[in-house]
Write a protein that binds this ligand. Sequence first.
Ligand code: HEC
Ligand code: HEC
Length: 191
Amino acid sequence: MRKLSSLLCTLALIAGGPAAAAGINIEGLARTCNNCHGINGVSVGQSMPSIGGLSEAYLKQILMQWKSGERFSASMGRLVKGYSDEELAAIAGYYARLPWVPVAQNTDARRVAHGKDAVERCVTCHGDTGSEPDDDVTPKLNGQWAQYMELELMKYRDDAVKMTHKKMRTNARKLDEEGLKSAPEFFASQK
Ligand code: HEC
Ligand code: HEC
């Protein structure tokens, strides 16, 4: 009997990693997230971000910031309060293991061209196309939804909105009105 249970435990570890070991039904939890964020966390748009394939450190940090209330959100803050820290960590690990899928979307060619110049100072951290962030708490932006990114930039620009990252605030503020639209369109159009 003991042998069987340790075998089952090993199988559970292989199938679901630490989440299964802690008795967390990760597929069940993810179903709720996927209702809004899309299958495998690939969003169908437009103000809803894709989350599958973002880094574990970024996902975990942002979920915990919402839970503690130190980060503003329209809907996520209320939602994450229903999960334990262990569940949020397992969810972060689950989405980080999924592939990042840049979403094809309608972008304006003139805006994308302007955006390429507007993102000059952004690419040092996010990478030339937004696909190669310089550290693991910087999100990928290539093929993320343009409208979502514009909304996030507006939050970083607004002092009244609680956002934790100072440098991102400074950089978002440096964009002019056209850059605020064209920078997201540039990253959105990247593979
Ligand atoms: C009712 C719809 C809804 C559900 C369900 C939902 N989200 Fe969200 N999520 C949003 C919205 C809207 C945003 C944009 C930020 C905001 O306004 O809160 C967002 C933003 C995010 C982001 C930020 C993405 C980024 O690129 O920075 C992450 C991460 C995230 N959600 C994870 C989750 C996880 C994990 C779950 C399941 C536990 C979940 N969400 C469930 C609506 C939802
Ligand atoms: C010093 C490094 C750095 C620079 C420069 C920078 N970013 Fe960021 N960016 C980050 C980090 C780190 C985050 C996550 C911040 C957080 O947790 O709120 C972020 C978040 C974002 C987000 C939100 C993405 C999401 O999935 O929620 C967008 C959009 C974005 N950056 C666009 C830009 C643009 C456009 C510029 C140039 C005007 C820029 N960034 C410059 C580091 C940087």
